[in-house]
Design a protein around this ligand. Structure first.
Ligand SMILES: *[C@@H]1O[C@H](CO)[C@@H](O)[C@H](O)[C@H]1NC(C)=O
Ligand SMILES: *[C@@H]1O[C@H](CO)[C@@H](O)[C@H](O)[C@H]1NC(C)=O
Ligand SMILES: *[C@@H]1O[C@H](CO)[C@@H](O)[C@H](O)[C@H]1NC(C)=O
Ligand SMILES: *[C@@H]1O[C@H](CO)[C@@H](O)[C@H](O)[C@H]1NC(C)=O
Ligand SMILES: *[C@@H]1O[C@H](CO)[C@@H](O)[C@H](O)[C@H]1NC(C)=O
Ligand SMILES: *[C@@H]1O[C@H](CO)[C@@H](O)[C@H](O)[C@H]1NC(C)=O
Ligand SMILES: *[C@@H]1O[C@H](CO)[C@@H](O)[C@H](O)[C@H]1NC(C)=O
Ligand SMILES: *[C@@H]1O[C@H](CO)[C@@H](O)[C@H](O)[C@H]1NC(C)=O
Length: 906
């Protein structure tokens, strides 16, 4: 999360206080030369403390009960007074650079017998949810107490109030109970450093202000994610001149509102860093910030600030600012050239706002210290001249969705140290320049996606040595062509989808990185057989090769992809059987093999994937035989698509066992929802969603859908299934779509069909079903597509407000069915010609050829042909439309990318 780097702040203050303490304690008191001997009872306490704990990296060898280790003042992390011999310092923090400490176990209560301790730092260790004992009050000389991130729990003992010498107190990032009272804090009047982050202070509410005001020496305060709520002005403490002068203040991740400012601005003359991100601040940014002359760090990200940045930000007094983060607000207006007054800026993040206007090189002419520049997702045009040499060397370049094109930005050539380059959706039309091949060896993420960059991708592997960082590459949605180039061996993430790459993919075999986990080459013109080297990618979790022209067998070596979760080989010409080695892929969530030439049976071992498999797409292949009973073990399945094969026999009687289709609470999470990963400001977070685009039939039309999490579909249509519809099917009460059309099913519709309350689309057409339609069908309130045509149903069509919306075409071809909308009279005797023909393979091939070429054509023009789409109630599952450049957002829709083509199976 992008909450302030509390850890690093921490370190700085820890060092500060160390310096401070060195003078008061004496730095050479522990050396043997001093002749300081430890006190036996204290040695026993330390041994007992050690007894309860395991050090995952081994205890320092200096600790022990052996005779030669008798002087505990010489143990690592222990220091004694050079006059009394008492242990004064116990310093066993995990956060040391030269030692490996992670203690795990119980916090021995006897530790608190070390009454002469002045300094206790156990931060970062794991004390198994132990409580802080009440007799902590015996440490009455302690000045520095650091229990940050120690996996402690329980309540904060009021005895902490007895530690009146405390200057430094950190209890943050533990699992303490909600605190009811902070009164004890006000007795710690020497406190300078107070860190209580992630302690629930919602019950003390406004008291925290009162208490803090009673701490005259407080300079550093961190109350991050403490559930602090609105500050009610009438409770404002009177701040007198002698009161505290906060220098570093972290209040991120609370629910504070603008009324907090009144209190905050009392510290205008002292604040150096101020972190207010992720609160409930609304309205304009107060001008008062710009009066904070000492301010170096200001973080306001993820609030609801709106309007322009106050002009006073760019004149004079804020000129010490090194770190300015205004991202994720609703700020607007232009960025004036006078921003150059902030010449100390190292980090500037204004991304995810509504800024507009033009940014020129003049804006940056003095910003020679800039390392991190993020202006993504605004309406900014960036207009640098071709030969501009910037004064900065950036490490992070986030300019996604800024208008940089049409030329490829040549100033990037001068940036030789970057870790992140994000210039996605930047309107770049030029071909990729040759100089781009010499990527800086520091690169971690390069995102050029969704431009119209053309040309042949140069060999990117050259500049990378084997000890280079793990690289993520996203060049998707461009016009890149030619064969795939070589990528650096340590690449972990490649997305080249929706380009015009052709030829084989064997150049990828050079990728040997141990953490190669993501590969999306979908929607290109790649061809050939799959290379056997894929088996080396044992860390691959996501593989999408859909919509290319691969052929041959699916190699059994895919079974080595033991971590694979998404395996999408839809729409190729793969033949042969599904390799049985795939059963080793026990984490498989999505198996997409639709539209190939695969044959044989649907394998029974697929039932072994019951813990993981949610999406099984085997549509339009040549599968034969019966649907295996084992399929009923797939209790996580949300989408089962076996349509358009040659399957025969009965629908498994146990189909009611697909219990995910009866549960609301199962939602498939996207495996790689974001490109990059979340971290603090120095991470490679880009905020851009990744979407696994999958063609989905929705009410008879095909959509390219980005979000499968709401799918609940069974499609067994266009096979040769016989027998009756199992009555258990109606147990699947959360199913949204059921298609059993174009089979040879006989018998009746299950009488409890009406239990499938969420059903929105039901197609039983072109079967040999008979009998009366069950009256319960009138309870299918969400049904908006219904097709019962061409069966032998008889009797009266059930009526309800929902059933009455369907016209006659939903019921035709049932000679003895009667009542509205068919004919007013029962029984009717019209004769209708059955023109329902099953799709044959030729039709299928024609269809997919058409689909592929329309898609490529669409991309070629940067625009996907969009047909009029009637979106029915309920909206929640409906996909919607988007092209490379045009986004159409409709409220309430689940963010699907849609491309309508005619439906195959409906
Ligand atoms: C270190 O020890 C020496 C000799 O014992 C003493 O003279 C000196 O003052 C000590 N220094 C500090 C900083 O304690
Ligand atoms: C003990 O430490 C103090 C403080 O540094 C120093 O002044 C004093 O000389 C030291 N005493 C001895 C005996 O080393
Ligand atoms: C505590 O240990 C850390 C890590 O080893 C070290 O950097 C620091 O100086 C120590 N503090 C004191 C007061 O000795
Ligand atoms: C905290 O301790 C509990 C109990 O031993 C343990 O289950 C849990 O994993 C620990 N938490 C962390 C973050 O280590
Ligand atoms: C802690 O402080 C309270 C209130 O001042 C006092 O009564 C009590 O004796 C103190 N306890 C210890 C152990 O010092
Ligand atoms: C903020 O308030 C909202 C609603 O009042 C609540 O759901 C949310 O948990 C609160 N967040 C924090 C960090 O207190
Ligand atoms: C890069 O890959 C090589 C070979 O697999 C490996 O030895 C090296 O540690 C990797 N470097 C990083 C930073 O992952
Ligand atoms: C279906 O579920 C029932 C009840 O949980 C179980 O007894 C039966 O074995 C399951 N059938 C199959 C084929 O998995």
């Amino acid at each position: 999360m992008k909450i302030l780097g509390a850890g690093s702040l921490h370190l700085v203050y820890a060092l500060l206080i160390l310096l401070h303490m060195q003078t008061s304690i004496g730095s050479n008191s522990t050396t043997a030369d001093d002749g300081v001997k430890c006190i036996e009872s204290e040695r026993q306490v330390l041994l007992a403390f050690k007894q309860g704990l395991v050090n995952e990296h081994g205890w320092p060898s200096s600790w022990g009960s052996e005779e030669e280790k008798k002087n505990c003042c010489e143990w690592e992390g222990v220091q004694c007074s050079n006059t009394t011999g008492h242990v004064t310092i116990l310093n066993l923090t995990k956060y040391s650079y030269d030692r490996h400490f992670i203690l795990r176990g119980n916090l021995s209560p006897s530790l608190f017998e070390l009454q002469h301790l002045i300094y206790l730092d156990l931060s970062g260790n794991n004390f198994n949810l132990n409580h802080i004992p009440e007799f902590i009050s015996s440490l009455n000389k302690i000045q520095h107490l650091d229990l940050y991130n120690c996996n402690l729990s329980g309540s904060l003992p009021s005895q902490l109030a007895n530690l009146t010498s405390l200057q430094y107190l950190d209890l943050g990032y533990n699992n303490f109970n909600s605190v009811k009272n902070l009164e004890w804090l006000s007795r710690l009047s020497y406190l300078q450093y107070l860190y209580l982050s992630e302690i629930d202070l919602s019950k003390v509410n406004n008291d925290w202000l009162q208490v803090i005001n009673k701490l005259p020496h407080l300079t550093n305060l961190s109350l991050i994610r403490c559930n602090l709520r609105d500050v009610i002005p009438q409770y404002f403490p009177i701040i007198n001149s002698s009161s505290t002068s906060l220098v570093h203040l972290g209040l991120s991740g609370n629910n504070l509102t603008a009324s907090t400012f009144q209190w905050l601005f009392n510290f205008s003359n002292s604040l150096v860093s101020l972190y207010l991100s992720s609160n409930q601040f609304r309205g304009p940014i107060p001008e008062t910030f710009s009066h904070m002359a000492l301010l170096e760090k200001l973080s306001l990200w993820n609030n609801q600030f709106e309007g322009k940045i106050p002009k006073s930000f760019w004149s004079g007094s804020l000129s010490s600012v090194r770190y300015l983060d205004l991202s994720y607000n609703q700020l607007s207006g232009t960025i004036p050239k006078s921003i150059k007054i902030l010449s100390k800026l190292e980090i500037l993040d204004i991304s995810f706002n509504s800024f507009n206007g033009v940014i020129t090189e003049e804006h940056f002419s003095t910003l020679s210290n800039l390392l991190y520049l993020s202006m993504s997702s605004n309406r900014l045009r960036i207009n640098f001249s071709r030969d501009w040499i910037p004064p900065f060397q950036l490490k992070y370049i986030h300019l996604g969705s800024c208008k940089l094109g049409p030329a490829f930005p040549s100033w990037l050539q001068t940036q030789r140290n970057y870790r992140v380059l994000n210039i996605s959706s930047a309107g770049i039309l030029e071909s990729i320049p040759v100089w781009f091949s010499t990527l800086p060896s520091t690169a971690l993420l390069i995102d050029l996606s969704s431009n119209q960059i053309s040309g042949i991708l140069p060999d990117l592997s050259r500049n990378f040595s084997s000890d280079s960082y793990a690289l993520k590459i996203d060049f998707s949605g461009n016009h890149l062509e030619g064969t795939l180039p070589s990528f650096p061996a340590n690449t972990t993430h490649i997305n080249l989808s929706t380009n015009r790459f052709n030829g084989s993919i064997s150049s990828l075999c050079a990728i040997i990185g141990m953490s190669f986990n993501f590969l999306d080459l979908s929607s290109n013109q790649l061809s050939g057989e799959l290379p056997d080297c894929m088996k080396r990618w044992s860390s691959l979790q996501f593989l999408n090769l859909a919509n290319n022209d691969f052929f041959g067998k699916i190699l059994s070596s895919v079974g080595s992809l033991s971590l694979i979760e998404t395996f999408d080989l839809q729409n190729h010409s793969f033949s042969g059987k599904i390799p049985s080695s795939l059963r080793n892929c026990s984490k498989l969530q999505f198996l997409g093999l639709s539209n190939n030439r695969l044959s044989g049976n649907v394998p029974g071992w697929i039932g072994e994937m019951s813990n993981s498999l949610s999406f099984l797409l085997l549509k339009s292949n040549y599968f034969v035989g019966e649907i295996p009973l084992e399929i009923c073990r797939l209790t996580n399945i949300l989408l089962l698509d076996l349509c358009n094969n040659n399957l025969s026999g009965h629908i498994p009687w146990c189909i009611g066992n697909l219990t995910a289709l009866a549960r609301k609470d199962i939602v498939a999470r996207p495996l790689f929802p974001y490109i990059g990963y979340a971290g603090n400001i120095a991470s490679i977070w880009t905020g851009k969603r990744y979407a696994h685009k999958v063609p989905i039939i929705w009410k008879g039309r095909e959509y390219i859908c980005e979000d499968l999490s709401f799918q609940r579909t069974i499609d067994l249509s266009s096979n040769k299934l016989t027998g009756e519809i199992p009555i258990q099917l109606s147990r699947l009460s959360e199913m949204h779509q059921l298609n059993l059309s174009r089979n040879y099913l006989t018998g009746r519709v299950p009488p409890d069909m009406g239990q499938m309350r969420q059903l929105e689309s039901l197609d039983l057409s072109h079967n040999k079903l008979s009998g009366r339609l069950p009256p319960s069908m009138s309870q299918l309130y969400f049904l908006s597509k219904l097709d019962l045509s061409y069966n032998n149903f008889s009797g009266k069509i059930p009526t309800s407000t929902q059933m009455d919306t369907f016209n006659a075409s939903a019921f035709v071809g049932n000679p003895t069915l009667c009542g509205p909308p068919l004919t007013p009279s029962c029984p009717g005797d019209e004769k209708l010609i059955d023109d329902g023909v099953k799709y044959n393979q030729q039709d299928k091939d024609e269809f997919w050829k058409g689909f592929k070429s329309s898609m490529k054509l669409g991309m070629a023009f940067g625009f996907v042909g969009v047909l009029a789409l009637k979106i029915d109630h309920p909206w929640k599952h409906v996909c919607f439309l988007l092209s490379n450049y045009m986004k159409v957002y409709l409220s309430n829709l689940k963010g699907c990318l849609c491309l309508i083509v005619s439906a195959l199976c409906w």
